[in-house]
Design a binder for this molecule. Structure first.
Ligand SMILES: Cc1ncc(C[n+]2csc(CCOP(=O)(O)OP(=O)(O)O)c2C)c(N)n1
Ligand SMILES: [Mg+2]
Length: 398
């Protein structure tokens, strides 16, 4: 999230890069989750957002830190965008105490009250009344903030949808209802469940002004939601945004996908919001090729923490280099005669042909470490040194 947007889409290079980075971050995180699920490290249900990233990213860029977000069971992206640290989200996927819901929620119940992320929710349509309640509480307490409520097309067939929109309109509450219309509710296509398939029209019928946008185009999502959020903030009552989108993967990990044609999936994949933005930026000269590679690598980087690798787990090191094809070794010891030296030797002996760039070692200066803090800092590896080494490993100018 960032500070509230104005009504114009911000097409500066830095802003677009930020949007691209956020979408890629969600995509890579979920691809990893799928891998971990197939290895049975993540258990229970898993519903990924792959293909729909432009919706959450475009809408949430317009939020202020104290705005609330209510989501569904397909909420990993929303949680990451809400600044819940990735490691707390991943720990929750594993059911660990360090997770954002203390390991009691799992994939469908990511939650962080301090970030005002009021949940993932396994109940279809369950988030809508919560969002209305949050906005009502803000109104009664005189707080000028908004609540964004994400839900799927399936929720628009539920009673709670109609009840929530009705009350929000009646009481003019500051809720932005965002319908992530991906055309299917599990295996049921929209046309089999809704008499009115233009879902934003349902909202209008209930007294909530509504818009519909191409949810695969982040610029359009962001511009529309910025406009609607501005209306909410100036006290004009609730708004509704229908985003036409598509999930590229199955509903969950237990779905054989017998209800849709492969050709349809391929057609939508050709509209991938990440590729669309990066291609547009490349064509407009805003994203040189090596920068895109560096961006991908920044997100793909793996950190192997050697403090937990005693006795030395060489297989993990080799495995990591096999995936990233690069190695940056950070060690507070000296380069010569240190653990960094030992690891570099192991990689040179056993992973040489997997490496696409020379091994980088970021170590302390070859001097006795001085006592005064500023001199100690000058001698020890610093964040800037690590970043410069990572850039060199990626072939970018330092
Ligand atoms: C009240 C309720 N009814 C049924 C279900 C079973 N169910 C789980 S997901 C789902 C489909 C919801 O589809 P949609 O709202 O379009 O979200 P999407 O999965 O497409 O993001 C259903 C019916 C449920 N979880 N809760
Ligand atoms: Mg759906």
């Amino acid at each position: 999230m960032s500070t509230p947007s104005t009504d114009k889409p911000r097409l500066s290079r830095a802003h677009l890069l930020d949007l691209l980075r956020q979408m890629l971050r969600i995509r890579r995180f979920e691809e990893r989750c799928v891998e971990l699920y197939t290895q049975e490290k993540i258990r229970g249900f898993l519903h990924v957002y792959i293909g729909e990233e432009a919706v959450g990213t475009g809408v949430m860029h317009g939020l202020a830190p104290d705005d609330a977000v209510v989501s569904t069971y397909r909420e990993h992206g929303h949680a990451l965008l809400n600044r819940i640290p990735m490691e707390r989200v991943m720990a929750e996927m594993y059911g660990k105490q360090a997770g954002c819901s203390m390991g009691r929620g799992g994939s469908m119940h990511l939650f962080d009250a301090s970030a005002r992320f009021v949940g993932g929710n396994a109940i279809v349509g369950g988030g809508l009344p919560l969002a209305v309640g949050l906005a009502l509480a803000d109104r009664l307490a005189g707080r000028n903030r908004v609540t964004v409520c994400f839900f799927g097309d399936g929720a628009a067939a539920e009673g709670s949808f109609h009840e929530s929109l009705n009350l929000a309109a009646l009481w003019q509450l500051p809720v932005l209802f965002v319908c992530e219309n991906n055309l299917y509710a599990m295996g049921t296509a929209l046309r089999y469940a809704h008499a009115q398939t233009e879902l934003h029209r349902k909202a209008e019928a209930l007294g909530v002004p509504a818009e519909c946008v191409d949810g695969m185009d982040i610029a359009r999502v962001e511009a529309a939601s910025a406009r609607l959020l501005a209306a909410l903030r100036s006290g004009e009552g609730p708004r509704f945004l229908e985003c036409r989108t598509y999930r590229f993967r199955a509903h969950s990990m237990f779905d054989p996908e017998l209800y849709r044609d492969k050709a349809e999936v391929e057609e939508w994949k050709a509209r991938d919001p990440i590729q669309r933005l990066s291609q547009w930026m490349q064509q407009s000269g805003l994203l040189p090729e090596q920068e895109l590679a560096a961006l991908e690598a920044e997100i793909d980087a793996e950190v192997v923490d050697l403090r937990v690798l005693r006795p030395l787990d060489t297989a993990t090191l080799l495995d990591s280099v096999g995936r990233t094809h690069r190695a940056v070794i950070v060690d507070e010891g000296w380069k010569t005669g240190s653990l960094a030296g030992e690891l570099a030797a192991i990689l040179a002996e056993q992973a040489f042909w997997a490496l696409d760039a020379p091994i980088e070692r970021v170590c302390s200066d070859e001097i006795p470490i001085p006592y005064p803090q500023h001199l100690e800092n000058a001698a020890l590896p610093q964040v800037a040194d690590i970043l410069a080494a990572a850039r060199r490993a990626m072939g970018a100018a330092p």
